[in-house]
Design a binder for this molecule. Sequence first.
Ligand code: FAQ
Length: 309
Amino acid sequence: MIRTLEQFDAYVAAEKKIEPKDWMPDGYRKTLIRQISQHAHSEVVGMLPEGNWITRAPSLQRKAILLAKVQDEAGHGLYLYSAAETLGVERADLIDDLLSGKAKYSSIFNYPVLTWADIGAIGWLVDGAAIMNQVPLCRCSYGPYSRSMIRVCKEESFHQRQGYSIMVELMKGNEAQREMAQDALNRWWWPSLMMFGPSDKDSEHSSQNMTWKIKRFTNDELRQRMVDMTVPQAECIGLKMPDKDLKWNEETGHHDFGEINWDEFYNVLAGNGPCNKERLAVRNKAHHDGAWVREAAVAYAKKNQKIRA
Ligand code: FAQ
């Protein structure tokens, strides 16, 4: 068991996991609660844009796949709230912070889902970005978070493939379907790149969190990987990336790409994206409408305790 800062530093340096009962610096605990809870909120709010399309999916098979995906996201939220609770916070307090608008969740879920192709683009790009960011988190120094990421990443891989498969099908279709796929890529590409967070020079937490081995790569490193992975996938099915500055750089062995609209990013973070208010209103209503379920669960647990006593 870790009891001192020296032991903590030695554990992190030796790639050993920090566990809930170990001593840890206050800042380490605080940043983990912040990141894990924001991650949990993102999974939960992330169900909303796709949930709207379950009844509109074009076939029974697509409906079943989308339903399973959305259920997976709920599960991810639950593992992550549990992981956050191991750090000494109450889930109810974290959820209150989400519902009041105090806590952040990923910017990406504040964009509207206008067509079926958007569901393809979300799986392909949003889950693609999520995997790119979360595979390194499987090696995070905090045990409960790293272990939860292993299962989450397996499920995200399936999500990414289902999204790409929707795009492949649409690109094999008629002119209108191909246009729909291209339009979805045009609208989702830049917000997906924003998922990786501010550029390294503006990222306040990166440096310390890299030292603590919570983060393994910087925001810009992961964003570059995302671009390099996605460009050939788009080309392969005949989609055009919506970036006039995008080009392969022989010298660096990476793609150069255009500047992200950081004003848009910070505007969404400030609560002014196209769907921020709608998303929070829906979550608040669901929480309010579900009050009787929570009350019933507590009453049932109390009844069982009495029977056992
Ligand atoms: N949106 O100093 P940094 C998913 C905030 S899950 C909103 O660089 P950090 C699955 C950041 O929190 C998607 N806020 O921060 C799915 C900080 O604010 P604070 C979520 C953002 O933590 C798919 C401030 O800006 N994934 O998609 C964003 O070192 C499909 C300064 O930034 C995770 O949460 C943003 N995009 O790096 C579900 C992964 N970017 O707290 C349904 C875990 C930054 O000081 C359907 N999280 N901020 O007020 C992480 O890896 C990190 O937290 C980063 C940010 C990389 C997101």
